[in-house]
Ligand binder design. Sequence first.
Ligand code: ASP
Ligand code: MG
Length: 390
Amino acid sequence: MKPCVLKFGGSSVATPERIKAVAEIIKDKRETCDPVVVVSAMGKTTDELLTLAYSISQNPPPRELDMLLSVGERISMALLSMALHDLGVEAVSFTGSQVGIITENKFNRARVLEIKLYRITEALEEGKVPVVAGFQGVSLSKEITTLGRGGSDLTAVALAISLGNVPCEIYTDVPGVFALDPRRFPKARRYRRLDYAVLSEMASSGAKVMHARAVNLAAKYELPFLILSSYEPDRGGTLVEKREHLESPGVKAITTDSVVMYDVEGREGVPLLAKVMGEVRVLNFSHDSTGRHLVLFVPEEERDKALKILSDLNLRFSIREGLSVICVIGWGVGTSPEIHETVFSVVGWEHIFMMSVSDMKMCLVVSRDREEVIVDRLAKKFGLYESPEG
Ligand code: ASP
Ligand code: MG
């Protein structure tokens, strides 16, 4: 039978019960393909390991951080293999380095260079299910590396490509990709098929459904993949594939993310901007040509890092919290005056702190207490809720 890659995220393996449920899914899947399984760390394990590291040291060496974080996925791979054995399925767990996931010499955010598939082919030939630890590899200089937060998606996509573009299923806690976050907007429309480009824009603006780098890698090799829920696998999911030519212009999705605004005084900040952006993920910035102000928007997770860097550079700044960035995503969004007009009429100019427009995306920063109302109104205008007929 043909191999298939099945990836289970942190929420899918969060508890012993969930791990057993995942083992059942894998067992059933064996009737149609030979699963190669990729797992994330259980629930919030990676966050807990990070907290642990920073409770020991303010400045943990990147190498040791990767050594520590790679453990999370090793726990789930071993437990899942045990659960499979209990169901009579022979399974064997492997670390990223054991299967030859070769990365560049860089800790914490290494890129995958090559996958040797070392032990995987062997295990498949012996009729076993290989269970691979996601999010990690081994560098050219033989160090354990991690691929960046959320990197298990990347492991799954890279494996499916290396195996010859085999079917790839990403199991998460929602049954596919929705026009709005279904955890907050339960009536959101679900897509049965979606183009890579839309999901890539969604992922890079705060949608929690899949890692943006993994989507882009799949797009590059035209690897279609299915996103579905490990809680209700029978509901099906969203097939993400290349379908540009089939798309009509219009809004496909709205994402939100929490941001922090830094207002840097004086001219000193401008020449240091590149330095700041090398260390922190800056969503957007603006500065007026008089150079009196430099305004930076940073995702909330990066708040402390940005604070530290700006202070270290001896800049004078003020910080404004409680903001959200709302992004409206779809084909032609950047160039459609009708869409712009609708967005402005819903949001109201006076409430916009910052705005940016690109090909497929229009993003606005607003006060967080207005976020939900704005998203709801926009969703109604753009037809992003399920139609009553279903
Ligand atoms: N466990 C890692 C993280 O939490 C990788 C992943 O979940 O994909 O970032
Ligand atoms: Mg994840």
